[in-house]
Ligand binder design. Structure first.
Ligand SMILES: Cc1cc2nc3c(=O)[nH]c(=O)nc-3n(C[C@H](O)[C@H](O)[C@H](O)COP(=O)(O)OP(=O)(O)OC[C@H]3O[C@@H](n4cnc5c(N)ncnc54)[C@H](O)[C@@H]3O)c2cc1C
Length: 671
């Protein structure tokens, strides 16, 4: 597979002042055209007029231009600040590695608000706190360098702020709430059928959790997966699933079909990894608590390949060789060759919308609050922009809720907890802070039903300090070692098993261990996630050593136990047999698809990890056409839902977002 690095994408830079990004190779995106419409209200500076003369708060400055740096999300953010004797005159962001899209709003707005108010008492932009604070901290440093008083500026009242505009009323065939993967898939598929579409997004950037993903898309493609040889462990898994007890007649039918296939497979002397729609559905059914509605689940897996092909037609460049992903035993995960992670699952739609001149308007920083109904039918959405402007959006044909899950809403996690996790109140999350269940709350108000709401999936491999999935070194299918230097789980177990095992370790922490070949660190010193490895080492997120003993010492764990663990693991990798934990496969993952997870060649790396709230599998009850079902068992006219806001499939992720989003757009347009 071609190695890829994080591609720089901008999702509508909302600049209303000149901020130079030339130094980091980015350029401002035009906000003209239908896609990416910019609703950022210009800052009303009238209240701050004369602030130039009010230099007392920050003191006087030694006029000139000063450079300062502060830590952002992904390393240093460098600013260049120009002062005259009385005021901060300009702020340029000279260099940064912040996440494209997410960092656009703070880069555009924070400097502008600092200058308009001559204050450092500026609120961070929601969802981009670290980038906002990095800019504020760097400017504070520059203020002090110029002989001013940054602490005093942090107390200056902010008077120049965004002001609400006149109420806006708009109309389109389809109103989509949420510009993540599912929302944009719905918008694009509806537009393909000739619809006019308005998408509203409460964040200052589009992409939601979808841009945060590792970019793995699960697809059932028996021909593609056959590049892999089947292991004994995989065959044992198939035979185990065929034999599992179930009362569900549909699931029994899948077992029968798989049993027949495997009999034929053996008779024909095949050796490659087997896959089929029935097997993929069977795996997911048993892996995810047998909670799925079999009809929804089968519909989902049967759409996996056609939807992948649709994305390809829209311009998504797929890897041709599927591989493993954390929490799975089947190498059926595809990703993009041209963009790291989830970027490509958003840009494929924005690019297509722009190229094909679809009638799709994407409005950022507008949050839906309420569904509008007329005689039981959902006919629109009430929303509020971040500057307070009220929006009424009327839908001629339907409203699609695509607001994602609720992993970032502690109250909801606690309220709906089904006890599968001991104390959800203690969990951190790797989600975008926007994932608070808005769509579920709005739909409940109009009589929607919900299913499986306590079904929270944790992902075991997050940063113990922040709860974030990133940054990291290696990949989720690498070796896991606890603080006692011991391996404690089959790393290819499902995520519930991995998370339970991780939480049972000392302090709930373990180390993901990798070597030169499976660390994902390229020759340029950047990780698969695009971070500089030295920055991660300096930040204490990763340790690096030339010997295993040194690595153990840096981690503060018993060296003899650690080395013994590595030796045993390497032996299992070499022989393909893992008597201790029964790992089914030692094949490659995304970042080293042709390699293995053995710890053979220095430098060696490790990073501490712990589980975080990741995906809420429950949500709005829907049918296979994505209509939202009410508590009376009937579809609510005019209301559709796609992606993680829904429940019933138990699979969630990009597969659900892409397939259900596409279906929603088509259904509304009668296709
Ligand atoms: C770190 C991480 C890595 C992941 N990796 C993978 C992976 O590799 N493969 C995989 O299959 N899955 C992965 N997932 C899961 C996957 O990201 C999600 O299940 C999927 O992206 C959900 O898509 P969605 O469109 O439903 O929601 P999202 O992409 O989250 O989009 C929802 C959007 O709705 C907006 N919104 C919410 N409320 C409102 C409102 N009231 N008004 C307006 N807008 C609103 C949000 O701001 C957001 O932009 C990962 C998740 C995380 C957190």
């Amino acid at each position: 597979m071609k190695r890829v690095r994080r591609k720089i994408l901008l999702f509508g830079l909302t600049a209303v002042m000149s901020v130079s990004l030339a130094a980091c190779g980015q350029k401002e995106e035009s906000t003209s055209g239908t896609a990416g419409t910019d609703t950022t209200a210009a800052v009303d500076t009238t209240a701050a007029e004369g602030s130039d003369g009010d230099a007392a708060a920050g003191g006087t400055y030694t006029a000139g231009t000063y450079t300062a740096t502060a830590k952002g999300n992904n390393g240093d953010v460098t600013v260049e600040v120009t002062f005259d004797a009385d005021a901060i005159k300009s702020i340029e962001i000279k260099e940064h590695g912040e996440t494209p899209g997410i960092s656009d709003a703070p880069i555009a707005k924070i400097p502008e608000l600092i200058i308009a108010n001559q204050s450092l008492n500026i609120d961070a932009i929601t969802g981009a706190t670290n980038t906002s604070n990095a800019i504020l901290n760097a400017v504070a440093d520059a203020v002090n360098q110029a002989g001013g008083d940054a602490e005093a500026l942090k107390k200056v009242e902010v008077t120049a702020n965004e002001t609400a505009g006149e109420a806006v009323v708009k109309e389109a065939d389809v109103i989509v709430v949420g510009a993540g993967g599912a929302g944009l898939a719905a918008a694009t598929s509806a537009a393909e059928e000739g619809a006019s579409v308005i998408v509203i997004e409460k964040n200052a950037y589009i992409g939601g959790n979808t841009v945060r993903t590792g970019g793995g898309y699960a697809s059932c493609d028996p021909e593609a997966i056959a590049i892999h040889e089947m292991t004994d462990g995989q065959m044992a898994e198939i035979e185990g699933l065929i034999a599992r007890e179930t009362d569900n007649e549909v699931v029994k039918g899948w077992q029968k079909k798989v049993a027949e296939d495997i009999e034929a497979y053996k008779a024909e002397g095949k050796t490659q990894v087997y896959d089929s729609l029935e097997y993929m559905a069977l795996q997911y059914f048993f892996r995810f608590s047998q909670a799925a509605d079999p009809e929804l689940l089968y519909d989902l897996v049967s759409k996996s390949k056609p939807t992948k092909e649709w994305l390809g037609e829209l311009g998504f460049e797929w890897t041709d060789s599927p591989s493993l992903l954390l929490g799975d035993t089947w190498p059926r995960w595809f990703s993009s060759v041209s963009a790291h992670g989830g970027d490509g699952f958003i840009s494929v739609f924005t690019d297509a919308i722009e190229e094909k001149s679809y009638n799709v308007e994407i409005i950022k920083e507008v949050r839906a609050n309420e569904l509008l109904t007329d005689d039981g039918k959902v006919v629109g959405v009430k929303a509020t922009a971040s500057d307070g402007t009220e929006y009424t959006l009327n839908a001629n044909k339907g409203v699609v809720l695509a607001t994602g899950g609720f992993s970032a809403n502690k109250e909801m996690l606690i309220e709906y907890s089904d006890g599968r996790w001991a104390d959800v109140s203690k969990l951190q999350t790797d989600n975008d802070p926007a994932m608070v269940g808005d769509g579920i709350k709005m739909a409940l108000e109009v009589g929607a039903d919900v299913v499986d709401m306590g079904h929270l999936q944790l992902v075991p491999t997050c940063d113990p300090k922040t709860g974030d999935a990133y940054p990291f070194i290696g990949t989720g299918t690498n070796l896991y070692v606890n603080k006692e230097g011991k391996r404690f789980v089959n790393e290819l177990s499902d995520r519930d098993t991995l998370s339970n095992a991780a939480l049972a370790q000392t302090d709930g922490i373990f180390y993901m261990v990798c070597d030169k070949n499976n660390s994902g660190v390229g020759e340029d010193g950047t990780t698969y996630g695009g971070q500089n490895i030295q920055d991660l080492i300096d930040a204490g997120i990763v340790v690096k050593a030339d010997t295993l003993e040194e690595l153990a010492e840096l981690l503060g764990i018993d060296s003899a136990a650690f080395v013994e663990t590595i030796e045993k693991f390497n032996e299992a990798v070499k022989t393909g047999s893992d008597p201790e934990f029964n790992r089914a496969s030692f094949g490659g993952d995304f970042i080293n698809p042709n390699g293995n997870p053995g710890i053979f060649e220095a430098p060696f790396y490790a990073g501490a990890r712990t589980p975080s709230a990741h995906i809420t599998k429950g949500g709005l009850k829907v049918n296979i056409s994505t209509e939202v079902i009410g508590t009376d068992g009937n579809a609510i006219p005019g209301l559709y839902a796609a992606g993680e806001v829904t429940g019933g499939r138990t699979v969630a992720g990009l597969l659900e977002a892409m397939t259900s989003g596409r279906t929603a757009g088509k259904t509304i347009m009668g296709k």
